[in-house]
Design a protein around this ligand. Structure first.
Ligand SMILES: [Zn+2]
Length: 49
């Protein structure tokens, strides 16, 4: 078993703005929603598999 899993392999997720519903796909949410301008904390991550 290899527990040395220290590589920064980021998962791609779908981020949905909880304010306006804007969808963003990537490892991280956008700093600000390009549609309504709220901060990244308003984005909910959805695992896309
Ligand atoms: Zn938004």
């Amino acid at each position: 078993m290899n527990t040395d899993n220290n590589k920064s392999e980021k998962q791609v997720k779908t981020w949905i703005c909880s304010v306006c519903g804007y969808q963003h796909v990537g490892p991280e949410p956008p700093k600000k929603c390009p549609k309504c301008g709220v901060d990244a904390i308003y984005f909910d991550a959805v695992d896309s598999e």
